[in-house]
Design a protein around this ligand. Sequence first.
Ligand code: SF4
Length: 312
Amino acid sequence: MKPLNTEYTFISEGKVDFMFPLKYEGDLYRPPSEANSLILQATIGCSYNRCTFCAMYKKKQYRERSLDELSRDITVASGYNPRTRRVFLADGNALAISQEKLIKLLDLLNQAFPDLDRVSLYGNPQDLLQKSVKELIELKKNKVGMIYLGLESGSAAVLKSVNKGVTPAEMIKGASRVKNAGIPLSVTVLNGLAGLEGTEEHALSTAVLLNKIDPDYIGLLSLISVPGTSMHRAFEEKLLTPLNSWQLLEEIKMIVERLELTESVFRANHASNYLPLKATLSRDKELLLNKLNSVLSSKSSRSLKSEYLRGL
Ligand code: SF4
C-alpha cells in the first residue's frame, strides 16, 4: 500500500501504477489537470459518440455503471488512499447520469473520502442543457468543483460540419448554467478543427464565443487526425487540408489576439500541442502573443515539440 498522502499516478491512458487496485474498462482519458486525481469510471464511453474527429470511445458501447459496482470501486480505492482529495469521474460524459444517481454517487464519495475537496467530470453540451442551474448548484454542494466542456469551436458552420450536435447559442446556454451555479468551467477548443479552408472562420468565431462564455479555464488541444474517423477520411480524400505546425500557431494567435476575458487561464500544454503555452489572459495576454510572434517569426523547428512526441 502507498503512503496515505501519496496521490495516484497515471502513467498513460488506462495504465496506472502497479499498486493501484482498480481495473478500468478500455482506454481511459482524463484532462491533464486530473493527473493526480482518483479516476472513477462512472460511465463507459460517450453517450453521444458522433463527433467526426473523435475516436476516443468508438470501441465502447455507452453504459452507466451501477451504484453497486461504483460503491465496490470506492471501497477498494478508499482502502488504498482514504485521504484522496480529488476524484475525476470518467468516461466521456458522466454528467449524462441522472441527477438522483449522481447525488447518490457523490454521497458515496463524500462518505468514503473525508478529505474530498473536488469531484470533476466531463459534460457534453447536451448534458448541460438537461441540467437546471438548481441541479448544478446541488452538485456543487456535493463537491463537484469542475466541469470540463468540449466546446471545440465557436463557429456554427464548424460545429455542424464536425457533427457536434449543438449550436454556439446552445453552448452559451449550457455554459452559462455552469457559471451561474458557481462551478468552475473548463472548456476545450480544438486547434485546426476546420482545416486550412476554415481556419479564419474557426478562429474568429471561437474568440467571439469564448468572450461571451468567459470560462475559468481554456484548454486548447491541437487536432490529431485519427484513422477510422470521418475527419481522417476527409483529409485523405483532400476535402479538407490539415494545418501544419506554423498554421496551427497562426490560428492560436488569431484566437488569442481577440480574447477579452476576465480571469481565464489559457493552457495549450497538452501532448497534442507543438508549443506549450500557459497564461492568465487578463494579465499575460501580451506575453503570450509575444511568444507566439517570436516563434512564428523565427520559424525554428527547434522551438516546437517533435512530431513523435505528440499524442492525444
Ligand atoms: S468529442 Fe466528446 S462528445 Fe464528441 S464523441 Fe468525443 S467524447 Fe463524445
